[in-house]
Ligand binder design. Structure first.
Ligand SMILES: [Zn+2]
Length: 165
């Protein structure tokens, strides 16, 4: 997270979900690497809560975008992942069993945590498209891209007390 005007922060992913959150009021921003381990600990909701708290804006004043990640069409996980989520926020609708195999929807978990954290649905945008299904657009670790990563970044805007900086 940063509120230093002009400073960009980003994360590198290839299947995990990059979450960017911004406070249009103060210009502060957060970049959050959402994999299953961090989401099982509620990271998306906690990042939202922290940004809302330090800016004083409150979650309903923030905006977020979910970057490209591996979709529920391809993200097969083990029962250990299901157990790690327990009954945590967003876990129930995020798991689907097909043909005896378990799949996880990272985006559904992130959205559920953001909504539970107090965001308005209309303030959450999403880059649609699974990283495995769209190899021409994205890198995917699971599909064999071991070294390559995508970078999702956001730049804090210095508009405290003035418009449009
Ligand atoms: Zn897919």
């Amino acid at each position: 997270m940063t509120d230093i005007p002009g400073v960009s922060i980003g994360i590198r992913t290839a299947d995990c979900l990059p979450l960017l959150i911004a406070d249009p009021g103060t210009g502060a921003a957060a970049a959050v690497h959402c994999g299953w381990r961090s989401l099982a600990l509620g990271l998306a909701g906690k990042a939202l809560g922290t940004l809302a708290e330090i800016t004083g804006t409150g979650p309903s004043g923030l905006v977020a975008v979910l970057g490209p990640s591996i979709g529920p069409c391809h993200y097969e996980v083990g029962q250990d992942v299901r157990r790690a989520f327990g009954a945590g926020p967003g876990s129930d609708p995020a798991f689907e069993t097909r043909g005896g195999r378990l799949f996880l929807d990272l985006g559904a978990v992130v959205k559920a945590q953001l909504l539970e954290g107090g965001m308005d649905p209309g303030d959450i945008e999403e880059v649609v498209g699974c990283t495995v299904c769209n190899r021409e657009l994205f890198w995917s670790y699971r599909a064999g891209d071991e070294e390559e990563r995508m970078v999702s970044f956001i730049t804090a805007r210095g508009n405290r007390g003035r418009a449009g900086a």
